[in-house]
Ligand binder design. Structure first.
Ligand SMILES: Cc1cc2nc3c(=O)[nH]c(=O)nc-3n(C[C@H](O)[C@H](O)[C@H](O)COP(=O)(O)O)c2cc1C
Length: 175
């Protein structure tokens, strides 16, 4: 079975993007196996520490051994949250080049109306340099998330159905 790494761009316990990751992992079980690639132990990037960071080399290995990556991330100040960008900066320096030609997708949830679109397009731009092979469509931008995600679950059926559609397309892309 194909293996997909989820990278979550929020460290907080009650993260709605983590809820989406959890639901997506459940919904995709028949298509591929999902594991979380943890970024919470990665320190702030400092070139003096280059190539001496265990959480980064561990994560790079998990990504290298996977068939694809999915980012589940909020938008911060119209862009990529610092914790996620920091992890990408570290991973970009790993000699194994974990993102090179890697199939990937972006999913984001926000209580706001624009559904993390600005973060997603900034992430796609970063992916050009990393040579990430991003799926273009369907785009998953979950706006108005406070009405769709409650009590740690996605309560909106249409959102779940849309995630299922994404899962089918993404699993086809992995073949
Ligand atoms: C520093 C900061 C910046 C934010 N900027 C945006 C933003 O630009 N666009 C947006 O839709 N929401 C923004 N938000 C609101 C987040 O979408 C909201 O806090 C969301 O729940 C964060 O995702 P999480 O629940 O997965 O942690 C921001 C929140 C924080 C803390």
């Amino acid at each position: 079975m194909k293996k997909v790494v989820g990278l979550i761009g929020s460290l907080r316990k009650e993260s709605i993007n983590r809820v989406v990751f959890n639901e997506y992992r459940e919904l995709s079980k028949a298509h591929f196996e999902m594991v979380e690639g943890e970024i919470k132990n990665i320190p702030l990037y400092n070139e003096d520490l280059d190539s001496k960071c265990e959480p980064v080399s561990d994560l790079a290995q998990i990504i290298n051994e996977s068939d694809g990556v999915i980012f589940f991330s909020p938008e911060y100040n119209y862009s990529i949250p610092g914790v996620l960008k920091n992890a990408l900066d570290w991973l970009s320096r790993d000699p194994s080049k974990p993102f090179d030609n890697k199939i990937a997708a972006i999913i984001g949830a926000t209580p706001g109306g624009i559904g993390t679109a600005r973060m997603q397009y900034h992430l796609r731009q970063v992916g050009v340099f990393l040579n990430i092979n991003f799926l273009n469509k369907p785009e998953v931008m979950i706006g108005g998330a406070n009405d769709k995600i409650k009590g740690g679950c996605i309560t909106d059926q249409a959102t779940k159905e849309f995630l299922m559609k994404h899962i089918k397309v993404f699993s086809e892309t992995l073949k």
